[in-house]
Design a protein around this ligand. Structure first.
Ligand code: S3P
Length: 178
């Protein structure tokens, strides 16, 4: 059982999980929310509910720009709601406008995993329209790392269980004296 520092129970604002696709944001977010007794919001699920179709279909039928607009709108909606753990899609934190929403309403936590892990996980599923070959994924991750590095906290999540990642997040948040 993970011990929750008292400061964390009082932590105002949301905890945002950010990072590349396949970095474990959704699984970790669910686990973390459960430990902290907070609601969990998966931004992609909110977008899918709003659009009435899976992310893959939004990209195919309405285009990435449309998806990004929905993503920003749903982020603002989630940010204005009760204190939660919120998992963002892999591209959300790359927009300065979205980063500002995150910065002003909570703490951002980057789950950093290797490109090998990303590829292994994404290959098992068919839900990610931006997932292409290894080379494209390496290039995309390289171009996004500077944005992810702007997160308040970075957790090296490579090879760790959801429980351990959640414990490290809690320790890091507690260590910030929040
Ligand atoms: C995207 C990542 C996906 C989803 C969409 C776009 C991206 O979320 O938002 O396919 O731009 O990296 P996950 O990071 O949860 O896979």
């Amino acid at each position: 059982m993970t011990e929750i520092p008292e400061v964390l129970e009082r932590l105002p604002g949301h905890i945002y999980l950010i990072g590349f696709m396949g970095s474990g944001k959704t699984c970790t977010g669910r686990g973390l929310a459960q430990i902290l007794g907070r609601p969990f919001v998966d931004l992609d699920e909110e977008i899918e509910r709003r659009a009435g179709m899976p992310v893959r279909d939004i990209f195919a039928r309405l285009g990435e720009l449309y998806f990004r607009r929905l993503e920003s709108e749903e982020l603002k909606r989630a940010a204005a709601a009760e204190r939660s753990v919120i998992a963002l899609g892999g591209g959300a934190f790359c927009s300065p406008e979205n980063r500002e929403v995150v910065r002003s309403t909570g703490t951002s936590v980057w789950l950093d995993v290797s490109i090998e892990t990303v590829i292994a996980r994404c290959q098992r599923e068919d839900s990610r329209p931006l997932f292409k070959g290894q080379r494209e994924m390496e290039d995309l991750l390289t171009s996004r790392r500077p944005a992810y590095a702007l997160a308040d906290i970075r957790i090296e999540a490579e090879g760790l269980t959801v429980e351990t990642v959640a414990e490290r997040i809690i320790a890091a948040l507690g260590g910030r004296g929040m």
